[in-house]
Unconditional design. Structure first.
Length: 164
């Protein structure tokens, strides 16, 4: 995969996350914190899971050891979550813009949260981040729809149409 396409996918990822957070900002605090049998987490927990995954994978790509993961209590509101997510987007964009074409094929060595060692090619890891985000956004979108705040369509092709 070429770097240009990966940058487009991350622009899409950010666009879709922003749509989701905009819808989440319209739910009540009780709805934001309410447990769900669909995801096994609250809306807040589902969104934080997505953010933590993006943050964790970026640090792995940079070869940085993982500090303690942020907790749900670190994000009492949608706005607190949105502010941290913007920081993460900036950090990921900085990483991506610093890559050269050959970097996409370099091996990323990392440990999972249980301490198991793995290696994957960088483009595979980056594609995983976007794909994982798609899955968890769909879970959050289901919760938002139940609360009467559907984020609407978040299709990649819609993003492309709006970006032109």
């Amino acid at each position: 995969m070429r770097l240009k396409e990966m940058l487009t996918l991350f622009d899409y990822n950010c666009w879709a996350n922003h749509r989701l957070l905009e819808s989440a900002s319209r739910v009540s605090q009780a709805q934001f914190l309410q447990s769900s049998s669909i995801t096994g987490r609250s809306l807040r927990g589902t969104l934080i899971h997505t953010l933590r995954a993006e943050w964790t994978w970026r640090l792995r790509c940079q070869g940085v050891p993982l500090p303690a993961l942020p907790t749900e209590e670190d994000f009492p509101t949608v706005e607190a979550l949105r502010a941290r997510w913007v920081e993460e987007e900036d950090a990921m964009r900085s990483l991506l813009k610093g890559l050269g074409p050959r970097d996409m094929d370099r091996l990323v060595s990392y440990k999972d949260l249980r301490g198991n060692s793995y290696q994957n090619v960088l483009w595979q890891v980056l594609l995983h981040v976007v794909n994982h985000g798609t899955q968890t956004r769909s879970e959050a979108a289901t919760l938002l729809t139940q609360f009467g705040q559907s984020p609407g369509d978040m299709d990649f092709i819609l993003f492309l149409r709006q970006a032109t």
